[in-house]
Write a protein that binds this ligand. Structure first.
Ligand code: FES
Ligand code: FES
Length: 152
């Protein structure tokens, strides 16, 4: 089947089989490898993207469900080659180790700060509860969220 959707502001068309996940289509067909495939079971959040402004695990969404809709991936957050403020905060706070969780976290944090510009620790915890990081112990990630929230 063929679908047409908007990805990071661009109209894209993709040929796929009906059971293909949005994550597979983004990575393999549209050549956007920023969203990571760690568990493919909705457990880790490394594949997080925005679908019509809603944070979703792209491994759990059929690509066909995105037909006619709008997707924003981590590649779509940086404007004109400048890092998104959340990306910059992750770098500045030293919140990246192996980096496998980072794209999903960046998308989830950008979504959180869009909804709640000055989140409490509980809000941060709740918002990131679907994103697993095996390296950092989360302290630096919290620092990055606070840093991004503080900056103008
Ligand atoms: S790869 Fe989608 S939640 Fe882990
Ligand atoms: S930095 Fe390695 S999983 Fe988070």
């Amino acid at each position: 089947m063929r679908i047409a959707l908007t990805v990071n502001g661009e109209r894209r068309v993709a040929d796929l089989w009906g059971g293909e996940s949005l994550l597979t289509m983004l990575r393999d067909t549209l050549e956007l490898p920023g969203s990571k495939n760690a568990c493919e079971q909705g457990e880790c959040g490394s594949c997080s993207v925005l679908l019509d402004g809603e944070l979703v695990c792209s491994c759990l969404v059929l690509a066909a469900q995105a037909d006619g809709h709008e997707v924003v991936t981590v590649e779509g957050l940086a404007a004109n080659g400048d890092l998104h403020p959340v990306q910059r905060a992750f770098v500045d706070a030293g919140a990246v180790q192996c980096g496998f969780c980072t794209p999903g976290l960046v998308v989830a944090v950008a979504d959180l700060l869009e909804r709640s510009p000055g989140p409490s620790d509980d809000e941060i915890r709740e918002a990131l509860s679907g994103n697993v990081c095996r390296c950092t112990g989360y302290a630096k990630i919290f620092d990055a969220v606070r840093l991004a929230a503080e900056r103008p």
